[in-house]
Design a protein around this ligand. Structure first.
Ligand SMILES: Cc1ncc(COP(=O)(O)O)c(C=O)c1O
Length: 421
């Protein structure tokens, strides 16, 4: 809050498409999809219409003992997107609550299966899974984690296959195999006390858009099977088409035991999250004895408006062939970004699906803050993660906006090198 003395909050009056407008008529291109949630622009007419219709039917109802059409239809459509492999859906509200559910459900499933010693969790170095205590326990970002360390449960971090860390002559796939061997060594020693490994498939977003080879996911799947631990895919940031396929796991041809979705699932309209899991996990809880059941609830679980926004979002994916259109859009933005890639201060320019990222060589303090300000002054909403600048635009970004994004980013780069903090 103190920093806002010199960098005031931006009050937003309205949004339209990829643009946000303040009360003075200034506009900002939402090049980070408002923390990676917005897929089809602000005030999307089709999602608005679905919500307006839902408002005349049902806004919310307790999801214990009762159910409603959007929750049932959404569960069925999401399950179908996994080819039916994940046949059960557990609803919650935000991303972190989905992670809490996946962790608790994994542990409880093993306990119900007569293996109560499986209490440990493994995550990747640099992983981010949310800010609640369970999710923070498997998060490895010191800034968010260190203060609360005494409150957190035990977890282990194994090396990340982050392609930027590949050795000389080592491909991203070689690195993935090397990191998988480290996971193997850990599981060989600790599988009896490990419930699950949790990963952000293909891109570790919050720790700086670390991108990695799908081979790691294939290896993790095989190791999870071999050592009898669950594989949790946290696709909260990378799901819903962000990496180029609807689910990032598709690129590795694997199905996790738990799949967490949130953020883009409602097109960025309302908080909703969901954990999908297998029939076998469901069966482990199916019992007359109450304590064997999964007693976890949130008041707004499976909110009808949020589920309806999610259904409208899935409709847009289907009707507009979004994944296909995004391939062309991504190729064009990558082409336009050539001057950025060639900029003398830009390093590790990389791209997966609808995510672009690069590091900026900058010795001056507070680069992120200076760049954020310089971008805002040029109609761009961009929030670097440390020295990493990234684009995660909504899937409706057009040619003119892509050109503006690249041109103004170049200007902001040069301006932030000299601007006062
Ligand atoms: C991979 C991942 N998991 C979990 C979360 C937490 O989601 P939420 O902020 O909705 O709690 C995030 C948020 O950025 C995320 O990127």
């Amino acid at each position: 809050m103190k920093q806002h003395e010199t960098l005031p909050l931006v009050p937003v009056a309205r949004g339209e498409g990829p643009w946000l407008y303040d009360f003075d008529g200034r506009r900002y291109l939402d090049a980070i999809s408002s923390w990676w949630v917005n897929l089809f622009g602000h005030c999307n007419p089709r999602i608005n219409a679905a919500l307006a219709d839902q408002l005349t039917r049902l806004e919310h109802v307790i999801l214990a003992g009762f159910t409603h059409e959007p929750a049932v239809e959404l569960a069925e459509r999401l399950s179908a997107l996994t080819g039916g492999a994940l046949g059960h859906c557990f609803y919650a509200s935000d991303g972190a609550s989905a992670v809490e559910i996946a962790l608790k459900m994994s542990f409880h499933c093993w306990r119900n299966s007569g293996r109560p010693a499986k209490t440990g969790f493994v995550s990747l170095a640099g992983s981010y899974h949310g800010e609640t205590l369970g999710a923070l326990s498997v998060t490895d970002v010191a800034l968010f984690r260190d203060t609360y360390a005494p409150l957190l449960m035990r977890s282990t971090q194994v090396p990340s296959p982050d392609a930027r860390t590949a050795g000389a002559g080592e491909s991203a796939r070689d690195l993935a195999l090397r990191c998988a061997r480290a996971l193997e060594a850990h599981l060989a020693a600790h599988h009896a006390t490990t419930a699950a490994i949790i990963v952000e498939p293909l891109v570790q977003c919050a720790s700086g858009m670390a991108m990695y080879d799908p081979e790691y996911l294939r290896q993790a799947r095989a190791l999870a099977d071999r050592f009898e631990v669950h594989l949790i895919a946290d696709e909260i940031a990378v799901g819903c088409g962000r990496t180029g396929t609807f689910l990032a796991c598709e690129q590795a041809g694997i199905t996790p035991d738990f799949l967490c979705l949130s953020k883009g699932i409602t097109g960025g309209y309302l908080p909703l999250s969901v954990v999908l899991t297998r029939d076998a996990v469901y069966r482990a809880f199916y019992d007359n004895e109450l304590s064997r059941g999964f007693l976890h609830s949130h008041s707004y679980t499976g909110n009808a408006l949020a589920c309806r926004a999610a259904l409208a979002t899935l409709d847009i994916f289907r009707e507009d062939r979004v994944l296909e259109a995004n391939r062309a859009r991504a190729a064009r933005l990558t082409e336009l970004a050539a001057p950025l890639r060639a900029h003398p201060r830009v390093q590790n320019f990389r791209h997966t699906g609808m995510i672009w990222a690069f590091e900026v060589a900058d010795d001056a303090p507070q680069f992120a803050r200076r760049f954020y300000r310089a971008a805002l002054e040029r109609e761009l909403l961009l929030r670097p993660l440390g020295s990493t600048v990234y684009f995660m635009p909504p899937y409706i970004i057009g040619e003119a906006e892509m050109q503006l994004l690249v041109e103004r980013t170049l200007e902001a780069l040069d301006a932030s090198a000299t601007a006062a903090p």
